[in-house]
Design a binder for this molecule. Structure first.
Ligand SMILES: Nc1ncnc2c1ncn2[C@@H]1O[C@H](COP(=O)(O)OP(=O)(O)OP(=O)(O)O)[C@@H](O)[C@H]1O
Ligand SMILES: [Mg+2]
Length: 438
């Protein structure tokens, strides 16, 4: 194999790390371009020409050129005629290259997609719940509807899908919003402790009960109580909870007199209560009482359009904390994030972004900033089934990314190349290198 020179290697490294990019000198002239910029711009990249001329044309509104002349980092959309003549928006992020105090050049990172909120114009937010997925939007509409009346709601969804967030939203949308919101995890305490936690106890009810305790139902009076993991409630406590629902009063442990409470109940479960009823582990009468309105939260892998929205939102939040600012996700990083199955759903995604902030560097989140389980180093079920390359680089993360992109583009190389942020020629070269050409 021929030895590549340093400039070629650096160009490839840049392309690999952040996708299409231009390096400019102090006078904003193009010094180098990664191979895939031509594919994105639909024309060859003239080395030595001033970048604003290519990117901004002669339009009066030239946010990038203006910011760069002033030396500010900038991120903006530039409309440009694409390969087939139609206008496309190219997102340009310009980062000054500093040598000490001196600005000696610029790194422009380009992508066909715009970044953050402008890209997610169909996104909605209700009390911290972000989504652009149609089924989630329906769910949020239902949240607004059920909030108005005191019906019991059972939220079902896998771990980390946002069940507690939905319960809180119901409370905040309801006429009880000025009252307390109290969350209890029914799986976290043994039954005896849970009973006194929920319904309170009187002094002397058991060893250690040195004074009366009201219990969370009374704490939540005039508000909402959120019973998480309700399926884990013991049969004995199920009977007592049913009594509370019927009588609208609680009897503290060791007490006799029922104490009236005015509490709305929202419960959550990660498993089917109907199956628990069939298995004899849950009372059917209680199930009907607590799930007058059932709400189902789909797992993240079934609403993939939310993945990048949430990635961007969490990046925004973390960036605003100030230690590191991330302005975008590299095409490779994006592919990994969008292709992953997210068994831990939104919470896992949130943790992955925190990981990336802690472990990575620079203004672009790249795949190397992501934890190993996302990169197929411990292959998940998806990546494990991908075609293995025949060459020496079998199963390399790049080969897998390319295979994922081709799979998602149904074999359409142009689309796969675009999603990878590389030209068709680069894709072809890489497919050949990884033995992915049939
Ligand atoms: N649609 C969303 N938009 C923004 N943040 C979200 C969204 N869904 C969940 N989150 C965040 O993800 C995390 C997990 O959400 P939450 O605790 O509500 O999930 P859960 O279903 O109750 O999880 P578990 O079953 O593990 O208790 C929280 O930090 C929450 O703020
Ligand atoms: Mg929860």
């Amino acid at each position: 194999m021929a030895k590549a020179d340093a400039a070629t290697l650096l160009g490839l490294a840049l392309e690999q790390a952040i996708g299409p990019a231009l390096v400019l000198d102090h006078d904003l002239r193009i010094v180098a371009a990664t191979g895939d910029v031509a594919g994105l711009l639909g024309s060859n990249v003239p080395i030595g020409v001033a970048a604003p001329k290519i990117l901004c044309g002669t339009s009066d509104h030239r946010p990038i050129a203006e910011a760069m002349t002033e030396g500010r980092p900038v991120s903006a959309d530039v409309p440009r005629p694409g390969r087939d003549g139609a206008m496309v928006n190219i997102q340009v992020r310009a980062v000054p290259l500093l040598d000490g105090e001196d600005r000696i050049g610029w790194l422009l990172s380009l992508s066909a997609d715009s970044w953050a909120s402008d890209q997610h114009s169909d996104a909605v937010e209700v009390h911290g719940i972000w989504t652009r997925d149609p089924s989630m939007k329906t769910l949020l509409r239902d949240v607004g509807r059920v909030a108005r009346r005191d019906v019991t709601v059972l939220v079902r969804g896998e771990t980390g899908t946002g069940k507690e967030l939905v319960a809180r939203a119901i409370h905040l949308e309801s006429p009880r919003s000025h009252g307390p919101f109290v969350a209890i995890n029914c799986a976290a305490l043994p039954p005896q402790l849970l009973e006194s936690e929920l319904f309170g106890h009187v002094r002397g009810a058991f060893t250690g009960a040195v004074k009366d305790s009201p219990g969370q139902f009374r704490v939540a009076d005039a508000g909402t109580i959120f019973l998480d993991e309700i399926g884990e409630l013991s049969l004995d406590l199920q009977a007592k909870l049913l009594r509370v629902l019927q009588e609208k009063s609680v009897i503290p442990v060791g007490g006799r007199a029922p104490v009236p409470v005015d509490v709305r109940i929202v419960s959550a479960t990660h498993r089917s209560l109907r199956e628990a009823v069939e298995a004899g582990e849950f009372r059917a009468d209680l199930m009907y009482r607590i799930r007058v309105v059932p709400l189902f939260l789909p797992p993240l892998r079934e609403r993939r359009s939310d993945i990048m929205l949430l990635v961007d939102k969490f990046i925004e939040t973390q960036s605003s904390r100030g230690e590191r600012e991330i302005r975008g996700v590299s095409p490779g990083g994006r592919l990994v994030l969008e292709g992953y199955d997210w068994p831990g759903n939104v919470r896992e995604l949130q943790n992955v972004i925190e990981y990336a902030f802690a472990m990575g560097e620079g203004p672009i989140l790249t795949e190397s900033d992501l934890p190993p389980e996302l990169l197929g180093e411990e292959p998940g079920p998806r990546l494990a089934n991908l075609p293995r390359s025949r060459g020496g680089s079998a199963g390399s993360p790049e080969a897998e990314r390319i295979a994922v992109a081709l799979e998602r583009a149904a074999g359409h190389r142009g689309r796969a190349a675009q999603s990878l942020g590389m030209s068709r020629a680069t894709l072809w070269r890489k497919m050949k290198q990884h033995g992915l050409l049939d």
